[in-house]
Design a protein around this ligand. Structure first.
Ligand code: ADP
Ligand code: MG
Length: 627
């Protein structure tokens, strides 16, 4: 017989949650319906920056609010105070330089900062963040009862640092159920402790590359018990250093071009603006192959932009990334292991989203790391799992099922468009918008694909279906929403709906069951090996489609523009059209790219003339529909 505990005082069960109190970001998660989830009220991103900001009148701002204020006035904010928890003045002297307030030590060796809100210890600052986190949890749960929590700390934290974390929680009114190591939490999130017993235990390397710190921990998991074999790292190595690489590049080039005077260079607001621009650019380079680094400070007469390719970025950050490997070597040496002895590799920390970091880790450990969960959420998720277990819950229904391969659609030119990326937890659903390629196209054929490759012919086709009955419209006008829904049994239902008419078509297919582990591994290997060639092929397909669309648009409008364009311009457009279409018949990427760009240039006057005539008609009082 099971007993359920009731809190008779307020009839509200106190939620037991997991909290990742991070150096850069903090977040809270709970275990719900068989899996851990990050708590976020509607419209909230789920994390709070670990930042505290002080207004002149002593008002204290925390989290997002603090970070936003710190952009304009970094001199009133404290960042990264986790570094000071449980440490004395002498331990952290160099870090104190980054804090805009004086620090003193009391008779018990506890640091305190002289802030506009009075003397505040790192414990009190952390408590502010924990309070904010409790508030976020309360909003999400619709229940502001005091929290009981499992809180995580780095594996290298000593007793004093752990005790200081407990103190922070008690100041914030959060009951600490247990303090656990961040790498242990990450392994729990992936359920590695639940895997079949392995003779001698399972060794896990947890590579945690966050905002301001890097650490790698080797764990031995045996019979559900986690043991830290070794931990190594650098408390001054993180995503901030990658931002700094881009800031340095910007400063060097701005100086060389004479735009950055010594006076401007020391401007704190400019430094902060550059840092933010760098971080934005870095984030974009995680998903895109190029991005723009843009620094704008009109007050200083500065407006500078520069395109950065992913390859250039990877070269810039290589020295920083290599320093993480030094720590990995150290940890393995301490654990008396070689990379081949490691059974599992887990990625933690926002910076491990960077493709170059993932490649580096994979190459070093010769093993594909776990990437199925969001690396900056995985610690909080694991803490929630631990909280659930400590509260007497079981994990039998803990589903960590993810889609092994991406699911998507074939698009024009034989390219693929991924709708549900690989490693998405199931069940899940996602909707993407598509449109027609040709004028008056009344039907669309959908080819559903599974795989990582960029071209449809290299992926596995799961099935085809047609959406018909689209009313004749210009190319690009119909709006077709395609929804991919993958249920818990792995059944995929694809629905296409044309929004103006409501015309619908649907297909259900079973994606994964037919793939063996070997086939799956081979498909992934192929995609890694062919990544570069695939990228070119997909770009080629995209450019050819663009040339097709531009040609059609020219054919439509050239005749009507003949009266306003001079014959030379028209000849120029016709030449460019011929060259682009000839190039589109080849597979010469450079040539196709060049002729497409040339076509764009040649058609600029045509576009301008069209805009002009549209404007004139509007001025003459005609509505566009009558033209
Ligand atoms: P911490 O554990 O130190 O609190 P996080 O795990 O939240 O930190 O990581 C924060 C770092 O991750 C920041 O440097 C941030 O710029 C970086 N980061 C977050 N998302 C991305 C991304 N998409 N690409 C590259 N870096 C990212
Ligand atoms: Mg972290």
């Amino acid at each position: 017989m099971a007993y359920i505990e009731l809190n008779v005082l307020n009839n509200e069960p106190t939620p037991v949650v997991g909290i990742d109190l991070g150096t850069t970001n903090s977040l809270v998660a709970r275990f719900h319906e068989g899996r851990p989830e990050v708590l976020k009220p509607a419209g909230h991103p789920g994390h709070e920056p670990s930042v505290v900001y002080f207004d002149e009148d002593g008002t204290v701002r925390v989290g997002h609010d603090a970070r936003n204020h710190a952009i304009a006035d970094p001199g009133r904010a404290i960042f990264s105070f986790k570094r000071f928890l449980g440490r004395g003045l002498d331990d952290v002297r160099s870090d104190l330089a980054g804090v805009p307030f004086d620090a003193t030590e009391n008779e018990h060796g506890v640091l305190a900062f002289d802030t506009p809100a009075g003397k505040l210890t790192p414990q009190q600052l952390s408590a502010r963040i924990l309070k904010q986190i409790s508030h976020v949890a309360g909003e999400a749960l619709g229940n502001h009862a005091p929290l009981s929590a499992v809180i995580t700390v780095p594996a290298y934290f000593d007793d004093a640092q752990r005790a200081a974390t407990r103190d922070a929680a008690s100041i914030a009114g959060v009951e600490v159920v247990r303090i656990i190591n961040e790498p242990t939490a990450a392994s729990l999130a992936y359920g590695i402790d639940q895997k079949d017993e392995k003779e001698g235990g399972r060794t896990v390397a947890v590579y945690d590359f966050g905002g301001g710190t890097f650490d790698v921990t080797v764990l031995l998991i045996e019979g559900g018990v986690f043991r830290v074999l070794a931990t190594n790292g650098d408390t001054h190595l993180g995503g901030d250093d990658l931002d700094r690489c881009l800031v340095e590049l910007a400063r060097t080039e701005l100086r060389e071009s004479g735009q950055l005077t010594d006076e401007a260079a020391s401007d704190a607001t400019l430094r902060q603006a550059m840092r933010l621009a760098a971080e934005r650019c870095k984030h974009e380079l995680t998903t895109q192959t190029s991005s723009e680094l843009h620094v704008s400070m009109p007050e200083l007469g500065l407006n500078w932009r520069r395109t950065i390719g992913r390859a250039e970025f990877e070269q810039l950050i290589e020295p920083v990334l290599l320093r993480t490997l030094t720590a990995c070597r150290g940890a393995l040496a301490d654990a008396k292991l070689t990379p081949a002895d490691i059974d599992e590799v887990v990625l933690v920390g926002g910076s491990t989203r960077i493709p170059a970091v993932q490649r580096l880790v994979e190459a070093y450990f010769e093993r594909t790391p776990h990437t199925g969960l969001d690396p900056d959420k995985v610690v909080a998720l694991g803490a929630a799992v631990q909280a659930h277990v400590l509260a007497g819950g079981t994990r039998d229904i803990l589903l960590m099922d993810v889609t092994p391969l991406s699911l998507g659609l074939e698009t024009m030119g034989g390219a693929t468009s991924k709708v549900i990326p690989r490693n998405s937890p199931i069940p899940c659903s996602h909707t993407e918008g598509f449109t027609t390629y040709a004028d008056n196209q009344t039907g669309i054929e959908f080819n559903i694909l599974q795989g990582e490759r960029e071209l449809a012919k290299d992926c596995r086709s799961l099935g085809q279906f047609k959406l018909t009955g689209i009313p004749p419209m210009a190319a690009g006008a119909p709006k077709v929403a395609v929804r991919f829904a993958l249920d818990a049994n792995g059944m995929l239902t694809v629905t296409a709906k044309e929004e103006t008419t409501g015309q619908m078509a649907e297909i259900a297919v079973e994606p994964m069951n037919s793939l063996s582990d070997e086939e799956l591994e081979q498909m992934l290997l192929d995609s890694y090996e062919n990544a570069e060639a695939d990228f070119d092929a997909s770009r080629l397909a995209g450019l050819k489609t663009e040339i097709g669309t531009m040609t059609k648009a020219c054919e439509r409008s050239l005749a009507s523009a003949e009266s306003v364009l001079d014959p030379e311009t028209i000849l120029d457009i016709q030449d460019a059209l011929a060259a682009a279409n000839a190039a589109a018949a080849t597979d010469d990427l450079d040539l196709v790219q060049r002729t497409r760009d040339e076509l764009e240039r040649a058609t600029l006057p045509l576009a301008a003339a069209l805009m002009d005539s549209v404007a004139k008609q509007a001025l003459a009082g005609k509505t566009l529909g009558e033209v």
